[in-house]
Each structure stands twice: as C-alpha cells, then as structure tokens.
Design a protein around this ligand. Structure first.
Ligand code: F6P
Length: 544
C-alpha cells in the first residue's frame, strides 16, 4: 500500500470544495454580512445548551452543503456508528473506542467481543463514588489515623491533563477543605513543589496510568512512596496513602498497591479520552459524585446530538469540517482556543493532547502517506489575557488563525462589572477580527496618512463564538465531548487513526538508551550522532 495515493483529493466532493474555495477566498465577511442581514441567526445553531455561532466564518450556506457532502462521502456516518457500537476502529492497536460508553446510562448495551461493557462502567463508577464519599467525608483515614486533606494525582498526558483541567475548571464546585495537586513531569521540581507544604500523614496519592509503565509516572510514584515512607516509616502505610487508576492490575500489585484500592478501566478508553473514566477519580473527589454524574450527562447529551443530527446541523461535525476548510483549503496551520473564563485556563493545554496526539498523523489508516495537511496546531490562553499578548498577530499578522471563542452568559463569580466587561471583550474581539477597520474609516476619523497602514485592520479573520449559560460540570462535559467528536470527524475526513500515538514511541526508546549513558560511572562508549554524543559528554562533565 505504501506509496499509493490516497483517494481523498480525487473525491468529487473534495474537488467541488477546491472550486468553491477559489471563489470564497476572495469574499470578505463584510460583504457576506451586508448581503444577508440575518446571517448571524442563519449561520448559528443551538444544541445541548451551547449556542454555536459560525457566521463569522468565511463560509456560505453552499460551503456548509459542500463540507457536509464531503463528510458523507468520507463515510463519517458509518464511522460514528462503528465507534458508538464498539467496532474495533483503533485499527493499529486492534481496539474498540468507547469513551462514549463511559457516559452511557446504566441500562444501555454496548458490546465489545460479545460482552456488554456498561455494567463494568457503572460498577467502577460506584466504586469511585463510595471511595470519593469516604475521602470527602473524612472517613478514609491515613496510616496514623489522621484525615486525608491532600490529594496528589500522579499521571501524565491523558492521565493528567484531563484531571487537572477539570479540577481547575470546576474548582468552584470543589470541596475547599481538600487540597489538590497534580504531578506529571519527570522533572523533580514538579514533585518537590507539589508536596513542599504537605504532610504525608494527611496525603493521598492517586497513581493514574493506563499502562502503569510510563516512565514519568512510575518515577514520580516511586519518589512519592519514598517521600511518604520516610515520614510514615511503615510499609503498611502504602495501603492508606496510595490508590491506583489503571488497566494493568499486575503492575499495580508489583508497585505495592493493593488491587482492592485500584480503580480499573479498559483498553477501549484512549488515554486522551479518559477523563470520564476512573482517571477522573481526583475530579470526583474534588467535586463529588453528583457533579461528576452531571458532567457525564452533559457529555452524553453531546454524544446524542453527534450521533443523530444531520451533518449540516451537527455541532461537532461543523466544527470539525470548518477545521478542514481552513486547514486544507486556506492553508491555515493552527487554531486558537480562547476561553473567556479564567477557570478554563488549562482547557487549551488539554485540547492540545486531545487534538494533536489524535490527528497529528502522516499516513492513512491503511498505511498510505497523505498528500494533504492533517492535524492542526491547537493553542490558546484565556481572554482577556491573550488580548494583551498574542492577539496582535491574529489581528494584523500575516497568518490566518481561526479562533474558537468560548464564553458564558452567567459568571461563576458575580463581581461588579467584571462579567459584562469580559463579555464585551469577547464579542468585540470576534467583531474586530471579522470586520476590521478600513483605511476609509481611519481617514474619516482624521488619522494621519502615514499612520493609516499601521492602523488598518483588514478583517476577514474567522472565528466561532460558543456561548453557554454557565460553567457547570454538565457544561464542561458538553464542551469536552464536542471537541472529542470534532477530532473524530476530522480523523474520518483525513482518513487517519485518531486513537493511536506511535509518534511518541521513538523518543521514549531513545531516552531509555541515553539515561544509562548519563548515569554510567565510567565513560560510556557513545554511538549516537556527533551532536548527541557531544551533548552527552558535556552534560556528564558539567554535572560532576
Ligand atoms: O506518551 C503518550 C501517552 O501514551 C498518552 O497517550 C497517554 O495519555 C500518556 O502517555 C500516559 O499514559 P499512561 O496513562 O499509560 O501512563
């Protein structure tokens, strides 16, 4: 197969979009709005409590029709069904992909290899709930009989980014008497700072790792065990201060954690799709079982929408296809995610793994190199902070950067004018990006001739505005599911596998080879390239 052309660009639907792009690339949003006074309403939709305004995109109704046709021609409908029904669509790992089963109701039936997985999902949820209630109620005592006050989640990638994002997002729902910390980096600073003011007698570690072999997590977990035992001085303390979230019971046992203190999940939950599984244990302890369930229900609402709505009214499909439109036709390289909600400060970082580990692939599922761009670069910061940093480039730079604005009608904290001002800013940014400011307008304002080029905003810079009522656990569930399904949509179009991540392996293998060379007592024989060899020698010499 390798070397053969992929069929995507030969699809008539793709070619129709190429033609359409030639026309649309010259159209300005100012004209699109002028020609349709109701464009704002016409090109927006509401589902699962999210108002999704895509009118400030360089699209017409025809564009949406063409994009939907491409989605249909790419077999998206069948792919969605295959995912929801437990098909082994993670081809390179031979696995089903069922993060949607994590939020399915108790009575649902979803079979993998002939076995309904829903009872297991609910069994684990109930086990998590009972444990979370004990910790929250002060009934889970440490080895010395003291209450647990601190919860430290040790994990990386999907075993960290979802939990930390959700904790930050829903902090206002969290039990404030408990302290939550998240340790991910192999850099010892991460662990050292996380525990600097904690007492081991009051600290519970959640070791979260799907595989329970990840170098960073196992190193941090080992350090945590040493740190706890240095003070608690009794191996029996491990049972009270360490629990595990994993699919690998044997490794959990080997580490010394009693498997009755292990919360399981399954190979059909990808790491970056796992925040609603037991990987969310820290989230559940923080916000409580009721709010965790509400988050699952929010995600389920979006699942239902994705599964049933026609593509041209389907939010994740539209979001995904708009990404394809800019990525593959306008040549845009990145998307900025700009939540106007401080509590969503880790949302862009969370999305980076979700999107870029999923669609950052250069071959199709059947192994053919792609001859088109795939995964986009996701990045962003909460507004309004970003406005005083990188927005300059989005407004007047030479790159086209579509933006996802996320805002909430009700603030979590009602404080004077803060929320109205925050909202004024997000609306103003989307307006400024779309419409810009012309030289004529500046002239009329009496701006000096020589300054006009500097003060002109060409506009025509696309954005989506998502408006939700309030940042609740359910709202977060909906947003996460929206992006998950957006990624799935794009994977189907680009024909790449969004559920494996072979690209992270080589670095891991090489680090495994280099570590002993850095630690060897005698000068090791080095067989890397001359640059790596020199760096290793220099490091060894200077570390002393
Ligand atoms: O290195 C990438 C990765 O495999 C991610 O996909 C995953 O979320 C992360 O490592 C952590 O893996 P684990 O949960 O097995 O420790």
């Amino acid at each position: 197969m390798t070397g053969e052309k992929t069929p995507l660009k030969s699809l008539t639907q793709w070619q129709a979009l190429e033609k359409h792009y030639a026309k649309m690339s010259k159209v300005h949003l100012r004209d699109l709005f002028a020609n349709d006074p109701k464009r704002g309403e016409n090109l927006s939709l509401e589902a699962a409590g999210i108002y999704f305004d895509y009118s400030k995109h360089r699209v017409t109704v025809e564009t949406i029709k063409l994009l939907s046709a491409l989605a249909r021609a790419s077999g998206l409908r069948d792919s969605i069904e295959a995912m929801f029904n437990g098909g082994k669509i993670n081809v390179t790992e031979g696995r089903a992909v069922l993060h949607t089963a994590l939020r399915a109701p108790k009575g649902a039936v979803v079979a993998v290899d002939g076995e309904n997985v829903i009872p297991q999902v609910h069994e684990v949820l109930e086990k998590m709930e009972s444990f979370a209630a004990k910790v929250r109620g002060g009934k889970w005592k440490g080895h010395t009989g003291r209450k647990i006050k601190n919860i430290v989640n040790i994990g990386i990638g999907g075993s960290d980014l979802g939990p930390v994002m959700a904790y930050e997002a829903l902090k206002d729902y969290s039990q404030r008497g408990l302290t939550f910390r998240f340790v991910s980096n192999i850099d010892g600073t991460d662990f050292a700072e996380a525990v600097v003011d904690l007492d081991p007698a009051e600290t519970l570690f959640i070791v979260a790792s799907k595989t329970f072999t990840t170098q960073e997590t196992m190193t941090n977990a080992g350090t945590a065990r040493d740190w706890a035992l240095a003070r608690l001085k009794d191996k029996a303390a491990i049972a009270k201060h360490f629990v595990a979230v994993s699919t690998n019971a044997a490794k959990v046992k080997e580490f010394g954690i009693d498997t009755k203190n292990m919360f399981g999940f399954w190979d059909w939950v990808g790491g970056r799709y796992s925040m609603f599984s037991a990987i969310g244990l820290s989230t559940m302890i923080a916000i409580g079982p009721k709010h965790f369930r509400a988050m699952l229900e929010g995600a389920r609402e979006m699942d239902e929408h994705y599964r049933t709505e026609p593509f041209d009214r389907n939010m994740p499909v539209l979001m995904g296809m708009l990404g394809v439109w800019y990525n593959n036709f306008f040549g845009a390289q990145s998307i900025a995610v700009l939540p106007y909600e401080q509590y969503l400060k880790r949302f862009p970082a969370y999305l980076q793994q979700l999107t870029m580990e999923s669609t950052g692939k250069g071959v199709t599922l059947d192994g053919r190199p792609v001859d088109y761009q795939t995964g986009q670069i996701y990045w962003g910061e909460p507004g309004t902070n970003g406005q005083h940093s990188f927005y300059q480039l989005i407004h007047q730079g030479t790159k086209l950067i579509p933006c996802d604005f996320i805002a909430f009608s009700k603030p979590v904290h009602k404080l004077g004018r803060h929320h109205d001002l925050l909202m004024a800013n997000v609306l103003a940014q989307a307006e400024a990006l779309a419409f810009g400011k012309t030289a004529e307008e500046l002239k009329k304002e009496g701006v000096k001739e020589w300054l006009i080029p500097h003060k002109t905003f060409e506009g025509n810079r696309p954005s989506t505005t998502m408006l939700l009522d309030e940042l609740t656990p359910a709202a977060l569930g909906k947003l996460v599911a929206l992006y998950e399904h957006c990624v799935f949509t794009q994977g189907a179009i680009w024909q790449v596998g969004p559920f494996d991540q072979w690209g992270v392996e080589l670095g891991k293998v090489l680090a495994g080879r280099i570590a002993p060379e850095l630690e060897a007592k005698t000068e090791p024989e080095l067989a890397h390239d001359s640059s790596t060899n020199a760096l290793i020698r220099r490091y060894r010499a200077s570390k002393g």
